[in-house]
Design a binder for this molecule. Sequence first.
Ligand code: KG4
Ligand code: ZN
Length: 338
Amino acid sequence: MKVLCIESSCDETAAAVVRNGREVLSSVVASQVDIHALYGGVVPEIASRRHLDAIMPVIEQALEQAGMTLDDINGVAATRGPGLVGALLVGLCTAKALAWGRGVPLVGVHHIEGHILAPFLETELDFPYVALAVSGGHTHLYRVDGIGRYRLLGQTLDDAAGEAFDKVAKLLGLGYPGGAVIDRLAGQGNPEAVRFPRPMLKRDNLNFSFSGIKTAVMNHVKSLGDVVPEHHADIAASFQAAVVEVLTRKTVAAAEEERVDRIVVAGGVACNSGLRRAFATLAEARGIRVVFPSPALCGDNAAMLGVAADAYLRHGRHASLECNALPVWSLEEAGFQE
Ligand code: KG4
Ligand code: ZN
């Protein structure tokens, strides 16, 4: 079974061909980051227009790299939500047109479902596991009992962790998006230079809050008067240490509470080197296996949709051609309807 997968929920136009829900035959990602960087964040209208320009060339490239034509495809999958509605519609409507034109089934996949199943494209993994989906729009903890079987354990009550990285980078004048820049700078700074808060760590639940850390950074910067570039590395390292400590300790607590010994960390922030190191020490010391997708599968891409798409197509869970994009959509609702 070969599935053409299309992702356009935010500012990356992506297409991939995935065989049997495990083997990536091609994966093409066209990023719009340069244009949005001029505005300090994603401009929805620009994103939609850019997706329209990029979608067909990206799909053609994905088919070409896989050495295929549309005649070889057994199904078409697209991200149905959550995300920017105009952006989602470009990918979803293109997928509908291709599926209808070729007479093959359409499947709609949840964006976060794609992220947290991405490891199956690279490694053997058993259920159940706890998944931390950590990106620019999400900081959510799920128990995953199988493809389509997800239970929400906790989530951010305000900013997503990636959003906090981006806002702190903006505050320090480091551009957009800021996660990777902060990560690099943090490597040159002292993580103990400033003690930023670790919100919700002592709370008896698995929710997160990151807006307080961001405000603490803002207050610290104000208290310094002029932030000279020499301060940047220490601030970045101290901020990253606070976010990483909260993410790792809460995720490990979730795994222990759920009595599972596997954790998947996925989404753009899963590229963070401090986060990867901290999980290795904290979880693995407790006998918990931690799986991070490789960086190309952490950020937004279409190949990650292939795992769920394959399972849903095999079970006949097709989407109708009348289905709409869902800018807000809970993962629990997106799975197999039991
Ligand atoms: O999953 P993703 O590509 O898009 C969304 O679905 O949001 O995640 C993008 C987010 C951005 O906030 C970006 O700053 C963050 O991931 N990010 C990082 C790193 N690389 C990307 N955050 C921390 N450290 C990184 N190395
Ligand atoms: Zn994402």
